[in-house]
Design a protein around this ligand. Structure first.
Ligand code: T4K
Length: 420
């Protein structure tokens, strides 16, 4: 780590980055490594690698217990799990969904020719705003798909009331919300079904993976059929299905992750507390506060740059951080309504999504997790303070050297062509 205390030291002006190694958002949490390797050996000995093997069954059982739900159906990833949950629930026509989410959420609908109707978010919590939902209901609406963004629960009570009153299905994309609670109850048991992603970057990971959880026996049975081509028994297909199965090695990773879950939360929470204390003294940055009365996985350090307080745009600011090897991310930028095919289908959607537009222009995530130490966080925050308290000087210097936001764009494309 190179300590920097003046503008000329910043890497954007050609000096060495503050951090020798790139600091990523989304470095995987690795659970009990020994346990995982032991499981993998057992899987190889078993010669049972997939198709509802013993490790998948064990994981499903443990997850259902952990979440306090009747049924947990493991899947190969969160996107396929969403597609299956949507299909099994009988959604069609239009489904109301936030635009402020990962593109997989609306894609899982559109993939089945169901129209995602984008709804605005609450600017404080970044989750779907129930007050806006009701205005979007039409005779074609069959459901609401809420997303517990950053592990912040949706206003489940209000959404349940609206769904019940209008006879709509209610599903949740809980990809970010494993081990988070709502009114003291684990996310997982709400609505008709909830869907998790266990992708490598998620709080709880199975390398790739996901799960659908529900308390509805009939729905669970249908989902089990659908994720295995519709097979009922060995040779009998009774339903249209796909291949949504989780493999045994992924399940082993899940079991090893589950062993370590309280330690992972502790690391994340400690990192979050340090960030929160440090960022509280930086006027242009607001950190998203998690509700301390609920369980939370603290997987994301979500900040907003107050562009009314600093002359930097969020992208200029991020560019300066990237030069220092702090790879802050702009999740979810742009909103899904500004990505294809949606921007062609609904070119004016942004007019109804002012909070989404504002948040997508301001939000950035900072690195956290097992690989980020408290000292690293303090150094990141010290650099942020240096940058933001010298914004005018930095902007003038950048203008003088004819800098045109190219670094970030180049770094991004370089990053994606050479991932490690
Ligand atoms: N719904 C929501 C709300 C979601 O957030 C997601 C997934 C889904 C549904 C769909 O679930 P899955 O089908 O993915 O299970 C990432 C993830 O690929 C994606 O799973 C996730 N959301 C989304 C929010 O983030 P990218 O394009 O940002 O991924 P990537 O490859 O840039 O990785 C993020 C960072 O993590 C990088 O800086 C590098 C680091 N990384 C990544 C991987 C895979 C590592 O250090 N090691 C790794 O193994 O989408």
């Amino acid at each position: 780590m190179v300590f920097k205390n003046k503008v000329d030291d910043l890497a954007i002006f050609g000096t060495q980055p503050a951090f020798a190694e790139k600091l990523h958002v989304g470095r995987p949490n690795i659970g009990d490594r020994e346990q995982f390797l032991k499981h993998v050996n057992k899987i190889l000995d078993n010669r049972w690698l997939t198709n509802n093997g013993p490790f998948v069954q064990q994981l499903e059982h443990k997850l259902a217990n952990f979440l306090g739900v009747k049924h947990c159906i493991a899947a190969c990833n969160g996107t396929v799990a969403l597609e299956i949950a949507i299909r099994a629930s009988g959604l069609s026509g239009e489904v109301i969904v936030p635009s402020f989410t990962f593109i997989a959420t609306p894609h899982a609908l559109q993939w089945q020719e169901i129209t995602p109707v984008f709804c605005d978010i609450d600017p404080q919590t970044h989750v779907i705003d129930p007050e806006q939902v009701e205005a979007l209901i039409t005779p074609r609406t069959t459901g609401i798909l809420g997303v517990h963004v950053w592990g912040q629960p949706c206003n489940i009570e209000a959404l349940t009331e609206i769904a019940t009153r209008h006879h709509l299905k209610l599903l949740f994309d809980a990809s970010h919300a494993f081990a988070c609670s709502y009114h003291g109850q684990m996310i997982g048991g709400f609505g008709d079904a909830e869907v998790f992603s266990f992708h490598a970057t998620k709080f709880f990971n199975t390398l790739e993976g996901g799960a659908i959880v529900t308390n509805d026996d009939e729905l669970a049975a249908k989902i089990r059929l659908m994720k295995n081509f519709g097979f009922s028994g060995y040779e009998n297909v009774i339903y249209i299905g796909t291949n949504g199965k989780m493999n045994e090695v992924s399940a082993a990773m899940g079991l090893a992750s589950l062993e370590n879950i309280s330690k992972t939360i502790e690391v994340n929470k400690n990192n979050y507390n340090i960030y929160q204390n440090q960022i509280a003294h930086i006027p242009a940055v607001n950190i998203l506060n998690y509700n301390s009365h609920e369980s939370c996985n603290y997987q994301y350090i979500v900040c907003e740059l107050d562009t009314e307080v600093t002359p930097f745009s969020r992208d200029q600011f991020i560019e300066i951080l990237w030069a220092e090897n702090i790879l802050a991310r702009r999740y979810f930028h742009p909103g899904c309504h500004r990505m294809e095919p949606y921007r062609s289908y609904f070119p004016h959607a942004g007019l109804l999504l002012p909070n989404t537009e504002r948040v997508t222009d301001r939000v950035f995530l900072l690195p956290t997790g097992q690989t980020i130490t408290p000292e690293t966080i303090e150094s990141i925050c010290q650099l942020i303070r240096l940058i933001l308290s010298n914004s005018q000087e930095i902007i003038s210097k950048l203008e003088q050297c004819g800098h045109v936001n190219s670094f970030f764009v180049n770094s991004l494309s370089q990053f994606y062509s050479n991932r490690i």
